[in-house]
Every structure is written in C-alpha cells, then in structure tokens.
Design a binder for this molecule. Structure first.
Ligand SMILES: [Zn+2]
Length: 356
C-alpha cells in the first residue's frame, strides 16, 4: 500500500475536499460561517509535518548546518474556513511545500502560496472569500496575486517588518485616521484605520487600508493592566461600523493554528508521526489524507448528534478515538459508526461467553 501511495501526486486527493465543501454549501451548513454578510473567511498558514536528520526522500527540503549535518523536512501550507464565533473549522485542501523535480533550491511557503491561490480559485471560481494570514503574507507580490484572483485579504503586519508603512501611519495619526475607543465588560478596545497607505516605498506599491487595534484588560486582581497591539492591512472597505467585525475576523486567523494544526498534532491524529516516508510523495499523501479525515470529523462534530454525544462523553477527541478502538475489541458486532457512537454514549452490557 505504501509503495503504491508513494507514486501518487498529492493533488489527486484535492477533489475529495471540494466535494465535501460543496455538500456543506448545499446543506446550508456554511450559512453560519458568513463574514460581513457575504464573505467566507479563509485562514492560511504554513506548518511542519516531518523532520529528520536521517530519513529522507527526493522531495524533502534540506537544511544544511554549519557542522556539515543536514535536517530533512516537509511542510504544508494549510488553509481552513473559519469564523470568529465558531469553534468548528473546515479545512480546505492544503498545498505541500516540497522540493520539485530537478529543483536545487528548497520550496518555500511563498511559492506554495502562489500554487494554493491558483488551485483554490480553479476549484471555487466564484466563492467570495477574505484570506487572513500572518505578517509573512503582507508583501506586494502576494497581494497582487490575491487581487488578480479576486480574493479580499486581511494580513498581519508589524512596525519592524513594515517600517515605511508604519512611519506613514504614524504621520497620519490624529489627522486622517478615524479612531474610537470603547470599554465592554472591563476590556478596552481602541480602533484606528488609515486609508490609501502605500505598503512600501517603491513606485508601484499597492495602496492598502491599515487597521490598528489595541486591547487592554486587567491582568491581575490588583488591577495591573495588559495591553496588546495588532496591526493589519486590508483591501476591505473599512468603516467605523464594520471595523469591530473586521478585527474579530482578523483575530480568527489563529483558528488555523489552534483548532487545526494543534488538533492534528496533539489530539490523536499524529500529524507529525512518520507512518512511512517513501521516496517521493508518501509523506504528503499521508498529510493530505489525515487532513481529509479531520475534515470529515469536523463535519460529524457539526452535524451528527451521536458523534457529538460520544465526543462530549469522552471530553476530547484523543480519548474518543481510544474509546472507539476499545469498543471494537469489547463488542462482538458493531455494524456501523452510528452504533459505535451510541455504544460509547450508552454502553450496552458486554455478553460473556457461556460456560458449558
Ligand atoms: Zn521527504
């Protein structure tokens, strides 16, 4: 099986993701995921899926160390439909970050992102989306790519990495930037936005809207305060009315890390475990299949009452998987998953073999 899977390009698995997404759309499940009433929020980020100093294949990226040793690694660019008010995420087909045939340089998140955007648009040509990503993505070529494919964006940025833009905004402060402050349940929110700001100093730099946001809350009972600051660039039409929702959407970026990668790595999927590396595509085929299994579990978690009951009973996915395996050993006959979930919620008596 591993030998056969090793020869299959990971792209072959992509249509399964699209088919599930279409079913969710047709079943009106995604209505609860609408952002600013008409968009879907897609959070994307890179993550490591394999690293070794010995095991490697011809598609491994390689890091060469000063002492002559090497680290072989694979990463993926993951993406998921997220919503600030929803704990559930629905993964979109990820893009492998791998060394392509004949390439001398390592592949990187930026290149993978170009391929991901093109593939995503081919599969979802008319879906109105807003992409949320971290600071690494707020660069002119990526913004041009998103705009070319009619995708809106909210991208993190920092004063350190975007000094020109930060200087521009600091100069505008208090004059052109509408701002307001409000305190809700002890947390103070400060919002500011600046329109038509050049992303960088070059002539053809894209003009973006910059949002600055500060959150201050009490850290201790003694009243010590903690302030956290964020800055994003966007091409959405920001107003004083919608800025709260846009900031919530921007902060939902972390759902790709917390609800997606962390679940895959720490809730029993063993995303980083080497189930067999192969010599070509096996590692990424396993990553794509594991992410697909996670997508199916997310659908069950959202839609299947028995799955929800079993998950609640086990207080987490890792112990649910263990209980499912255990049930398969304990009970003689379990005809389908519905019965299995039901058996976890209401365990039937175990029939003991009769003694003659
Ligand atoms: Zn490899």
């Amino acid at each position: 099986m591993r030998t056969r899977l090793d020869n299959i390009p990971p792209k072959v698995i992509r249509p399964a993701y699209r088919k599930i997404f279409t079913l969710l759309q047709r079943g009106k499940v995604l209505e609860h995921f609408l952002f600013l009433e008409k968009y879907y929020l897609i959070s994307a980020d890179g993550t490591g899926v394999f690293s070794s100093s010995q095991v490697h294949c011809k598609n491994c990226c390689v890091k060469e160390h000063k002492d002559g040793s090497k680290t072989y690694y694979h990463q993926i660019l993951g993406a998921a439909l997220v919503h600030p008010d929803q704990q559930i995420v629905f993964p979109i087909a990820p893009e492998p970050i791998l060394k392509h045939d004949g390439a001398k340089k390592n592949d990187c998140e930026r290149n993978a992102s170009k391929r991901w955007v093109a593939d995503f648009r081919r599969e979802h040509p008319h879906l109105p989306v807003v992409i949320v990503e971290d600071c690494l993505a707020s660069n002119a070529p990526h913004i041009a790519k998103l705009t070319e494919h009619n995708m809106r964006y909210i991208l993190g940025c920092s004063e350190g990495d975007h000094a020109y833009l930060a200087d521009w905004v600091n100069a505008m402060e208090g004059e052109d930037g509408p701002s307001f402050k409000e305190t809700i349940e002890g947390v103070t929110h400060e919002y500011e936005y600046f329109k038509k700001v050049p992303l960088k100093g070059s002539e053809n730099a894209p003009l973006v809207t910059v949002i600055r946001y500060k959150e201050t809350k009490k850290k201790t009972k003694k009243g010590e305060e903690k302030t956290t600051k964020w800055m994003w660039v966007t091409d959405l039409a920001v107003t004083s009315k919608n800025i709260r929702e846009i900031v919530k959407g921007a902060r939902a970026r972390h759902h790709i890390e917390n609800q997606t990668f962390n679940t895959l790595k720490n809730q029993g999927y063993e995303f980083e475990h080497n189930f067999g590396h192969g010599n070509q595509y096996l590692n990424h085929v396993f990553s794509m299949l594991m992410m697909l299994a996670f997508l199916i579990d997310q659908c069950l978690q959202r839609l299947n009452k028995r799955f929800q009951g079993a998950l609640q009973r086990c207080f987490g996915k890792k112990s649910l998987w263990e209980r499912m395996l255990h049930s398969l050993y304990v009970y003689e006959s379990i005809p389908n998953f519905e019965t299995l979930y039901e058996a976890i919620v209401r365990p039937p008596p175990v029939s003991l073999p009769s003694v003659i």
